[in-house]
Design a protein around this ligand. Sequence first.
Ligand code: PAF
Length: 283
Amino acid sequence: MFIFKTVKSIQNHLNKKQTRQKKIGFVPTMGALHEGHLSLLKQSLKENDLTVVSIFVNPTQFGDPEDLEKYPKPIESDIEKLEKYGCDLLFLPETKEVYPHNRVKKEINLRGLDKTMEGAHRPNHFAGVVGVVDRLLEIVQPDRLYMGQKDYQQFAIIKQFLRRTKSKTELIRIPIVREADGLAMSSRNIRLSDAGRKKAVIISQTLYQAREDSKTMTLTEVKQKALSHLKSNGMDVDYFEIADGDNLQSITTSEQSDTVIICTTVRIDGIRLLDNIIIKESH
Ligand code: PAF
């Protein structure tokens, strides 16, 4: 696996004629790689001639400096995992490479998609995500971009961003990878206490039950039941929303929506755990 730390070096490599003739898949990450990330990598390796993974803990998407500080950075084991799975290229830039002084910051209107759910709890988070993904795409210029369903709102925002900027990059959504008991994999899970880790299973159980309930109950009833279940189990719920999968607005009936998603974020041991489930999708 080639490792590049500067924009110039990765671009020199990617811009070689024989490389540009290849299909390039791209998996942006912030490191601390787990099975969830590796499922994106595996899919990209299957569908492309060359796969680029980036590891960059993007400061502009963290509101809380402490969260940024505490973000795990196990770079040696990340590199080992990427090599084991057969990643072709790792882009491992420093902040000054991603955000050079002379770079003009683009104003990106996210049309309210960044204001609901996660956005209501993390102001400017999605502006930071879109900014860095835009910059990484400019550097790598991939044919396909792989993102996880785990961060569904992020996926939906990037999808809209690519559509509006008429990007040639195709966005591929990869399903959530779960632990054996159902907990969605996340780099944050290792920060849970033993008791917190046990309690965390309630999140996915509630989502599965909500999907079942949606077959016989109104969405308002589904939401009320799920919220009271989470709260009666002592969960500190940031939000539990049933939303249109494209515009991310809360809905009470699924008829008008092609995609319907239930998204929740719960805090355990002060750690925010996100999860979601798609209950309707028409292709
Ligand atoms: O999902 C993530 O890990 C990050 O938000 C991303 C897409 C790599 C941008 O920093």
